[in-house]
Write a protein that binds this ligand. Structure first.
Ligand SMILES: Nc1ncnc2c1ncn2[C@@H]1O[C@H](COP(=O)(O)OP(=O)(O)OP(=O)(O)O)[C@@H](O)[C@H]1O
Ligand SMILES: [Mg+2]
Length: 619
């Protein structure tokens, strides 16, 4: 919920970057489309050259074909030929215009596609640290709004700049050839455009940046407060008015900035419009005097005046493009900022691939901080071993570092010091893909996509057959529940779909993990209590899931703890005790007191239930 002041402060802290490198980077984006770029150049050059033709024909019509000073009677057949040439040139020019639109869209959309795909690919590989530090709405805004906003620039500016430059250049050359004095006299107004164009560009760039920041803030607020959990919070705390006011405040800032941005450009256009309209008057005045003095032909003056539209129009478009490009640089900078983010967790060169994982996991003197500068350690000198196929339970008070330990195993974060090994290999030496394949994780709050139950399960193994899916669901004690859903396995669940209860979701997550069949399982048990029947079903499911694997479980159930081969007791990020349940109880230390507080009154603690459990495990 960063406020506007903080946003502006943060931006001011970053000086406006020089435009050169950004422009070069934008140019490099076009490199893979060189063939279309080359074709576009040919079309643009052709259409610019063809464009001056009609004016030259006009000169000949006035001077040679029409009745006048030189040819008192006129020349009807020459007039016919000239008009046909005139029409042909116009048609060729128009066709070239269509081709130009097509090619510049092919290039522009190609660049947009590359940019979007690269952004998504890059962000997908960002570490969990980055996702926890950034607001989802803000990220979405950059990927969708910013990319969409530069689309017009990429599509139109390249061909626009080249085309207009060639048009202005070729037109001016032809005007010089017609009558150099008149040509020089016609461009007197051009410099008046150049100075404001740059200033307008810079102001617009700043306004654009601020607008996009406010839009991102809007998106992020909508994303937070219009989602189920956010809406629930807003309603239960009765903060609707506050949220509405906050939204309207940001939205009105967007309105103010957008109007300002439009008007900055508009006054500039206004002055350009006036000067362009005045130019022909100057040409006819000066040229007219030269015709009267017999220094120029009438055709030359008419041709020059008609060429003016090809001079002032493109020149003003060029300056406008300059403004657009300058202002869009801000957006490109925002996109490039994201593309430049470093991938914190990545494969080392020559990373090893695990095949045939046994699944021994060791924490060796692991310290870890969530902060990159290493302050406030969440784990300090944590060491414990989980031999292959054994079951370790992590216990400890809230905030002791259990979830943190669990995150380190699939390398969602890298350790700050020490190392974690799987089968003796440092995690950082193992190819991420093979590490991920070896480890399964069941979270406290499992996430389901807005998709059918079938597709959610299959996420674990896209090639699983329907029979395998059902077997996994049966093992997880969720098959019957799924069969009772309106469309069975094809019922849409997840974010906006049919809502499964907490206990049902957990079992879907367990089924998903069973399907994945990992050698190492990291299990963050849900803390929320469920009724005894559901509890029994989840326990059953977990029993089947954990069998034959290395398990690191954050245990909130006594039954889980009792199953453990080793219990690791964490306190303030340190391992304070480890051993079996009986050993730790006998020590009468932290575990014993934790046990008395949290577990002793659970029904499973009754001796008979425990015996059942042990007997079941032994079979
Ligand atoms: N993303 C994060 N950034 C900074 N600090 C964090 C982050 N996540 C957790 N911490 C801190 O790390 C410490 C350990 O947190 P952890 O989530 O591992 O606790 P836990 O043992 O799982 O607790 P609980 O039983 O409540 O789930 C806590 O002090 C917590 O505030
Ligand atoms: Mg936790």
């Amino acid at each position: 919920m960063m406020n506007r002041g903080a946003r502006i402060e943060q931006r001011r802290a970053r000086p406006q970057e020089p435009v050169g490198p950004t422009l070069r980077r934008i140019a490099r984006l076009h490199r893979s489309h060189w063939l279309s770029v080359a074709a576009l150049l040919v079309v643009v050059i052709t259409s610019s050259i063809v464009g001056v033709g009609p004016s030259l024909v006009l000169q000949h019509i006035v001077d040679d074909a029409l009745p006048g000073v030189a040819h008192s009677g006129g020349d009807p057949s020459l007039l016919n030929v000239l008009i046909i040439i005139f029409i042909a040139l116009v048609v060729v020019g128009a066709v070239a215009g269509v081709l130009q639109t097509f090619l510049s869209n092919v290039i522009g959309q190609g660049v947009m596609y590359d940019l979007r795909a690269r952004l998504y690919r890059h962000l997908t590989h960002m570490s969990l640290r980055w996702f926890t530090a950034n607001r989802t709405g803000e990220v979405l805004s950059r990927v969708s709004n910013d990319v969409a906003a530069v689309q017009g620039v990429v599509t139109d500016s390249f061909s626009g700049i080249i085309g207009n430059l060639i048009t202005v250049g070729s037109t001016f050359v032809v005007m010089l050839m017609l009558d150099w004095r008149l040509a020089c006299f016609s461009v007197v107004f051009l410099p008046f455009f150049l100075i404001p164009a740059r200033r307008v560009g810079n102001v617009q760039r700043e306004l654009y940046l601020r607008t996009q920041e406010e839009v991102a803030a809007l998106n992020s607020q909508m994303q937070e407060t219009l989602s189920v959990s956010g809406a629930l919070l807003v309603k239960t705390f009765g903060r609707e008015h506050h949220e509405i006011a906050r939204f309207e405040d940001t939205a009105s800032e967007v309105r103010r900035l957008s109007i300002r941005r439009a008007m900055v450009g508009r006054w500039f256009m206004f002055s350009m419009g006036i000067f362009s309209a005045l130019a022909p008057a100057v040409v006819y005045w000066y040229g007219g005097h030269r015709v009267i003095d017999d220094a120029a032909s009438l055709g030359t003056v008419v041709a020059s005046a008609s060429l003016l539209t090809r001079l002032y129009g493109p020149a003003s478009q060029l300056l406008n493009l300059n403004v657009t490009v300058l202002s869009s640089l801000a957006l490109f900078e925002r996109i490039f900022d994201y593309l430049d983010l470093e991938h914190e967790i990545a494969d080392r060169p020559r990373a090893i691939t695990l095949d045939d994982v046994r699944g021994a996991v060791s924490f060796e003197d692991v310290s870890f901080s969530y902060h990159r500068d290493g302050r406030r350690l969440a784990l300090e000198h944590v060491s414990f071993d989980v031999p292959a196929g054994k079951f370790a339970a992590l216990v400890g008070h809230s905030g002791a570092g259990k979830t943190t330990c669990a995150y380190l195993v699939p390398r969602l974060y890298d350790v700050t010091s020490g190392r974690i090994t799987v089968d003796g290999h440092d995690l950082r030496d193992i190819a991420l893909e093979s590490l991920t394949a070896a480890i399964g994780m069941v979270n406290q709050e499992p996430f389901l996509f807005h998709d059918s139950v079938r597709m959610n399960l299959r996420y674990a193994r896209p090639d699983a057959t329907d029979e395998e899916l059902e077997a996994a669901a049966q093992a997880a004690n969720i098959h019957d529940v799924i069969m009772q859903l309106p469309f069975g396995y094809d019922t849409i669940v997840g974010e906006r779909g049919y809502r499964l209860s907490g206990g049902e979701k957990q079992r879907v997550a367990i089924a998903r993990a069973i399907l994945k069949d990992p050698s190492i399982l990291v299990l963050d048990e849900a803390t929320s209590s469920v009724d005894t029947h559901t509890e029994r079903q989840i326990q059953d499911a977990l029993e089947r899931l954990t069998k034959g694997r290395t398990v690191i479980a954050i245990a909130h159930r006594l039954s889980t703890i009792l199953k453990a081969d080793v219990i690791v007791v964490l306190d303030h990020g340190r391992v304070v005790e480890q051993g079996t349940h009986a050993e730790l109880l006998a020590r009468d230390g932290v575990y014993a007191s934790l046990y008395r507080q949290q577990f002793a009154d659970e029904p499973e603690a009754e001796p008979s239930a425990v015996d059942d459990e042990a007997a079941a495990a032994a079979v």
